[in-house]
Design a protein around this ligand. Structure first.
Ligand code: HAM
Length: 423
């Protein structure tokens, strides 16, 4: 039997990992300058955590979780997202008591959702996310959005669209909820079973339904914007004011609702507007979740964050034809001619590596010509050749591959020589 990776997952092979590492390093560096310290939480959590936070009636909880019972009979779930775990850890470790507020956290790691496989949609994908917990200042909403935009711009993407919306406060949501129920109720028999269930539990989710998307009542559904309380409006205006001060262009989309239940006030997504992009254009999503900490058993503390996946980021880079500058080239390839020279070559390779110079040599007993070909294929910047004659003379032959220049260098000077010429 031939084994294959499970559907919706992928192997990232060595020719791709340099790109991943470049992106991961960029994300970590941005987290450093924005001051979001890394938190690492388990890959699985108690199932109830996601039911409570992401929401019982969401697609994620109802259809997409990898849930299993462990040998002790506990129901556990592979995390479908990172906010719930981060907030759980924040509460568990009483970070609300820290003198430094808001608490700014970041994370990067695999998430799991049992979704239909298509371009940009995987069952295991890597999210980078950040959360700022403890502040209800609209300036931090702008910081979070600016951070997300910065990720894409730093990596060279240009065809981006930022869409924002306000989901309002509890009062807004309650009034909107009632309006939605009144709107859909008389025709609910025309909708799918999921929507029938959602009607009383969470009618907002109906707007998110993939099955009934085209139903005429979807377009005429009451807009949340109409129910925004003056305080919510004022908050949203402030967020927009800060975005404008930062020179960040945005579009307000009153239909942006997001697929997770914990949001209120600011919600946003960043899309790729690149032509080559597939059907799923959302690169990043986030928003405010002022009731979540309390829901998970902590004090009443506000929060906001975003998450993006590296998989979709890579697709966007590809669609825009952006080549990341990655450094996986070889500094020096050492070729030995003869048994004694080989011993010296092993020593040299080791001494280069100790000085941070990437070095390699032949371990397949290939002839000189094949070794030179290897050096070429590996795009070595230098080749160092050592034969019996050079050994006796105490020198090596160094060839700079780009120019073809060749010279003899004293063996005890070779590390310095390479260091000088590699910069
Ligand atoms: P989300 O919109 O469910 O939000 O996911 C955020 C991002 O994760 C998406 O925009 C997309 O880039 C990526 N993503 C989601 N599902 C997949 C998939 N199946 N394959 C590849 N990429 C995917 C959240 O997860 C929230 N926790 C974001 C957040 C943080 N809100 C506040 N703080």
């Amino acid at each position: 039997m031939a084994y294959k990776v499970p559907r919706g997952t992928q192997d990232i092979l060595p020719d791709q990992t340099p790109k991943w590492q470049k992106i991961e390093n960029t994300l970590r560096e941005l987290a450093r300058v924005y001051r979001y310290k890394e938190i690492r939480t388990p890959i699985f959590e108690h199932t109830e955590l996601f039911q409570r936070s992401v929401g019982d009636t969401t697609d994620i909880v109802q259809k997409e979780m990898y849930t299993f019972e462990d040998r002790g009979g506990r129901s556990l779930t592979l995390r479908p997202e990172g906010t719930a775990s981060t907030v759980r850890a924040y509460v568990e470790h009483k970070m609300y008591g820290s003198p430094e507020q808001p608490v700014k956290l970041s994370y990067m790691g695999p998430m799991f959702r049992y979704e239909r496989q298509q371009a940009g949609r995987y069952r295991q994908f890597v999210q980078f996310g950040v959360e700022a917990i403890g502040s209800a200042d609209p300036a931090i909403d702008a910081e979070i959005i600016a951070f997300a935009m910065d990720v894409y711009q730093t990596l060279g993407l240009k065809h981006l669209k930022l869409v924002i919306n306000s989901l309002g406060d509890k009062e807004t949501r309650d009034a909107h909820r009632t309006a939605l129920i009144n709107h859909f109720k008389p025709h609910i028999h025309e909708f799918c079973d999921d929507c029938k269930n959602r009607l009383e539990k969470n009618p907002l989710r109906i707007l998110d339904c993939k099955v009934d998307r085209e139903h005429p009542l979807m377009k005429t559904a009451p807009k949340l914007t109409v129910y925004l309380t003056p305080a919510s409006k004022e908050y949203f205006d402030q967020v927009k004011k800060y975005l404008e001060a930062l020179g960040i262009e945005y579009e307000v989309d009153p239909n942006l609702v997001r697929g997770l239940d914990y949001y209120n006030h600011t919600a946003f997504e960043i899309m790729s507007t690149s032509e080559g992009f597939g059907a799923i254009t959302t690169l990043c999503g986030g928003g405010r979740y002022n009731g979540l900490v309390e829901e998970i058993g902590g004090p009443s503390v506000p929060g906001i964050g975003f998450a993006l996946s590296i998989e979709r980021l890579l697709l966007a880079l590809e669609a825009e034809g952006v080549e990341l500058e990655v450094n996986d080239g070889l500094d020096v390839y050492v070729i030995a001619l003869g048994d004694e020279a080989k011993v010296k070559a092993v020593e040299l390779v080791s001494s280069f590596r100790l000085k941070g110079i990437s070095a390699d040599m032949d371990y397949m007993m290939r002839k000189m010509k094949a070794q030179l070909k290897s050096a070429d294929r590996l795009q070595a910047k230098f080749v160092v050749i050592i034969g019996e004659e050079e050994l006796e003379e105490g020198v090596v032959v160094v060839k700079q591959m780009e120019t073809g220049n060749q010279e003899k260098v004293q063996i005890n000077e070779i590390v310095n020589y390479l260091k000088q010429h590699l910069n």
